[in-house]
Design a protein around this ligand. Structure first.
Ligand code: UD2
Ligand code: MN
Length: 560
């Protein structure tokens, strides 16, 4: 009897203990995810001294007008090393005034427009181990280039940076130098990745419109007004400014004239820049339809952000969220536009200065998630690049995102391609021949891993036994021998280059004679040949003759 009684009380206390422990863990979770301003009174003097030293080392007028800046001697060497290490000249940034001037490089007609928006913006910057001067230059540019009545607040989200110097100093800087402005700082106790970090910022935003920026930007003259005015007119328009390039080594703010591009994507799931189709809109400086956005800099109505599904919270780290949001906005009834009169500079770094826990391919995994949810049958093209991810449990559960798509009655990916991005090349539709293109020596045409925006030889490489994307070509129904945006172009010295498709036929026009298997270029009246071509070297054009070097076999030929 006694024993049983004791057993019961013990079980009871164990249960109570478990409940208590769960409650404590829950409280810790709440606290850990978002640790707001921490005040370190004992350190205030230390921070103040550090900021003073930092301020005293700034070289007046350095980089003014957005001009390239250079350091000498020791600093030059340190700066060059920083570029190698973190892809950014941090030494130069520390010496450059935080409020440097920029050239107003808007189209001259932009200055004649008047905008009178009534909406107010919350500008949200997220960062992980960015340096203090770069973050602060971004903040100052926003403050100085935005009319104060349109700027509700600036929210900084620290994605749990480990770099010591940003920690208390940033807080102290905000409390002293920025005390006149509404600048909030959230520190995440655990690194959440840029997608969830943005969500944390969005959760506390109170402005009518949220404007997201990377933490290494400089807003330019008049950047905010046209964004707010357009959203006031069209609540479901999501907007991007023209993103100007700030060069990572000299911090030169490039003024690339009035030309700009909009967003596209590659079937491997990457964002790309593409030429604008609607030249007329560009002329009028009206909002220009953009099939996708780069992801870092955009303005969206705050309520609409939540209505249209915010972000996929299960996306980790970096990458993919930009295409996910782009497809979702278009397919679910919104629009994505570039606003030509709004310009913001962004430091483009040659590599990520940070790593992700476990070195996970977050871009691949995130893109696999969006492919399953948004791309319908076209996801087959993405999974050609990432076959190992198609049915891989690492991509996680998709139920909620699929439910969202149903709830919002979103349109199909085919609708998106037909209506928003009709110029997008679909490698396995409307083709004459498709697949690997091999000669009798078991050598295949190969792009030699040429990356976007570059030009390189149409190469030859031993055929892979598996489906290697570098060897997947299409002879399109328009006669282009192509991969994504690259077309094979015959040159006057009878080489063949992979270069941007221009769709005007000429040197990019090929005919395949399936009887004798030759690839004929009518412009030069010559045939594609591998005669005398060594491994990996570019192919040539030669007089057509019946030899094995001029006979090409496609994996698939479509005779219809
Ligand atoms: C581009 C976008 C970026 C994002 C990314 C795809 C532009 C100009 N930039 O890459 O915003 O959409 O594509 O995901 O469109 N960060 C964190 N936590 C992390 C890693 C990064 O907060 O774990 C911050 C980082 O400090 C920066 C921002 O996220 O402020 C974007 O990162 P990035 O600048 O390395 O990305 P970027 O510009 O190469
Ligand atoms: Mn960036």
């Amino acid at each position: 009897m006694k024993v049983r009684f004791m057993k019961r009380t013990r079980i009871k206390s164990v249960i109570i203990l478990i409940i208590l422990a769960a409650f404590v863990i829950y409280l810790k979770f709440l606290h850990d995810n978002q640790a707001n301003k921490i005040i370190y009174p004992q350190d205030i003097q230390v921070f103040e001294d550090k900021i003073r030293i930092y301020e005293s080392r700034i070289i007046p007028n350095l980089g003014n007008n957005g001009e390239p800046a250079f350091l000498d001697g020791d600093d030059k060497e340190k700066g060059d090393n920083a570029v190698k290490l973190v892809a950014l000249n941090t030494v130069l940034s520390d010496r450059m005034p935080l409020n440097r001037s920029l050239q107003d490089n808007r189209h001259k007609k932009c200055k004649d427009f008047t905008y009178n928006p009534t909406l107010k913006a919350s500008v949200i910057l997220i960062f992980y181990n960015e340096i203090l001067s770069v973050i602060l230059r971004t903040v100052w540019s926003v403050i100085l280039k935005s009319p104060s009545h349109l700027l509700k607040e600036i929210i900084l989200v620290d994605d749990s940076s480990t770099a010591e110097d940003v920690k208390g100093i940033l807080e102290h800087y905000i409390n002293t130098r920025l005390s006149k402005y509404d600048v909030k700082l959230i520190r995440l106790k655990h690194r959440m990745g840029l997608i969830r970090a943005r969500l944390q910022g969005a959760r506390i935003a109170t402005g009518n419109v949220m404007v997201f920026l990377d933490a290494h930007c400089e807003a330019n003259e008049g950047w905010l007004e046209p964004l707010l005015a357009r959203i006031e007119q069209e609540r479901t328009a999501v907007l991007v400014p023209i993103i100007d390039v700030i060069e990572a080594n000299t911090l030169a703010y490039a003024t690339n004239g009035d030309s700009f591009e909009v967003g596209g994507f590659s079937w491997s799931g990457h964002f790309t820049w593409i030429k604008i189709q609607d030249e007329e809109a560009k002329e009028h400086l009206a909002p220009v339809k953009s099939p996708t956005m780069a992801g870092g800099l955009f303005a969206i109505d705050r309520e609409y952000f939540w209505e249209v599904g915010s972000y996929d919270e299960q996306m980790d780290g970096w990458g993919g969220e930009n295409l996910e949001m782009s497809f979702r906005i278009w397919q679910c009834g919104g629009r994505l536009e570039t606003i030509p009169c709004s310009r913001v500079g962004h430091i483009f770094r040659a590599f990520h200065p940070y790593h992700f826990p476990d070195n996970k391919d977050t871009h691949g995994i995130n893109t696999a998630r969006l492919a399953h949810v948004w791309m319908d049958d076209y996801k087959r093209l993405f999974f050609l690049y990432q076959p190992a991810l198609e049915h891989n449990p690492v991509i996680g559960d998709l139920t909620h995102r699929k439910q969202l798509r149903n709830k919002l009655h979103c349109k199909s990916f085919k609708w998106y391609l037909d209506n928003v991005y009709p110029e997008k090349f679909i490698p396995d539709e409307n083709y004459f021949a498709y697949g690997q293109i091999r000669n009798k020596y078991n050598m295949c045409l190969d792009d030699l891993q040429l990356s976007d925006g570059k030009v390189g030889p149409l190469g030859l490489y031993p055929c892979h036994n598996f489906m290697a994307m570098s060897q997947l070509f299409t002879l399109s129904s328009k006669g282009e021998l192509r991969k994504e945006a690259f077309c094979s172009e015959a040159t006057s010295n009878l080489n063949v280059q992979l270069t941007e498709c221009h769709s005007h036929h000429r040197e990019q026009y090929w005919l395949y004679f399936s009887r004798n298997k030759t690839l004929y270029n009518p412009s030069f009246r010559k045939c594609l040949s591998s005669e005398g071509v060594k491994d990996s070297k570019g192919l040539i054009l030669d007089f057509c003759k019946i030899i094995d070097h001029q006979q090409w076999k496609f994996t698939k030929v479509n005779y219809t």
